[in-house]
Design a protein around this ligand. Structure first.
Ligand code: SAM
Length: 286
């Protein structure tokens, strides 16, 4: 396995990281296959490629792009090392006002105070390092105590369900299209003593249930949010909340134009490092 690393110095990194992610997507690397981690000297993006030939191809292509600020390197990792390697960059960090995320490998050694979530991400998106996860978690925390049922659409490593449980949710349903995500989320929920009513592999586009929830969270791609707008809104109880994230600032005007559901009132828009998240409330009357 080959680890490709793009290392960005601190200065003006947000915009460069966003551009890098965009280029990686164009080269066929999926969002959940890119790990992002903060180091003392800046931020790194990491992804893994099996064959040497493909790894060389990616390095050459990336060096030819406009990513002048990034140092791009490829390292060969032995079979046993690769799934663990990127986690070396994953350190405890403040995830929301009240919650700190601590890598599972530091569970016994971490001496910090406060409310902690232990995360072992495996190869899926959702260690909480990404701004889109942090913003949607902030919305969940803001409504602490105001919701009992919670739907986590695209749970990834399960982090938002764990936040919801810490904020008082008792009936939590988490789904993901990716089997690896569900396995990882199951492990993380168990480690954090977060019990879910349901956790399973499911494509939300095909979900036929009519159940409604006090709080629905969806951190997805802008186009998926736009396609699923009515479906997402229909899963929210009257008076309940819908939080969406995963919208790049470039896509925000398109999102605001397209995501136009009359029963939803936008309560807040927050922006962080090139991304936006929005919180809606479902009106009591249509
Ligand atoms: C950006 S990650 C968000 C993970 C986590 N919720 C967070 O905020 O950190 C998006 C997740 O949604 C999942 N996903 C994408 N489309 C989906 C769909 N149609 N139905 C269910 N899950 C989906 C992906 O597999 C991925 O794990």
């Amino acid at each position: 396995m080959h680890e490709i690393m793009l290392a960005f110095p601190k200065k003006r990194q947000a915009i460069h990281i966003l551009a890098a992610r965009h280029i990686l997507h164009k080269l066929g690397i999926g969002e959940k296959d890119i790990a992002e981690a903060t180091t003392p000297s800046g931020t790194v993006l990491l992804f893994y490629i099996r064959s040497r030939c493909r790894a060389d191809f990616f390095v050459k292509r990336l060096r030819r792009t406009r990513l002048k600020s990034a140092a791009i390197s490829a390292t060969f990792l032995r079979k046993d090392d690769w799934q663990l390697k990127w986690k070396d960059y994953f350190k405890p960090f403040r995830f929301t006002k009240a919650l700190t995320v601590v890598p599972l490998r530091m569970k016994d050694s971490y001496k910090g105070r406060g409310d902690v979530i232990y995360i072992d991400t495996g190869p899926v998106f959702g260690a909480g390092t990404h701004p889109t996860s942090q913003m949607i978690a902030a919305f969940i925390e803001k409504k602490k105590g105001l919701f009992k049922s919670f739907l986590d659409v695209g749970t990834g490593a399960g982090i938002l369900s764990i936040v919801a449980s810490r904020c008082g949710a008792q009936d939590i349903r988490a789904i993901d299209i990716d089997r690896r995500a569900i396995r990882t989320a199951r492990r993380n929920c168990a480690i954090n003593r977060c019990s879910l009513s349901h956790l399973g592999v499911l494509d939300f586009r095909r979900w036929r249930s009519k159940r409604q929830f006090d709080f629905v969270a969806a951190n997805l791609l802008t186009d998926d949010l736009l396609t699923l707008d009515k479906k997402l809104a229909s899963r929210v109880k009257k008076g309940g909340y819908l939080a969406v994230s995963g919208i790049s600032l470039g896509n925000l005007p398109k999102f605001r134009r397209g995501f136009d559901i009359r029963s939803l009132r936008c309560l807040a828009v927050i922006k962080k490092k090139g991304w936006a998240a929005l919180l809606y409330k479902k009106l009591d009357k249509k």
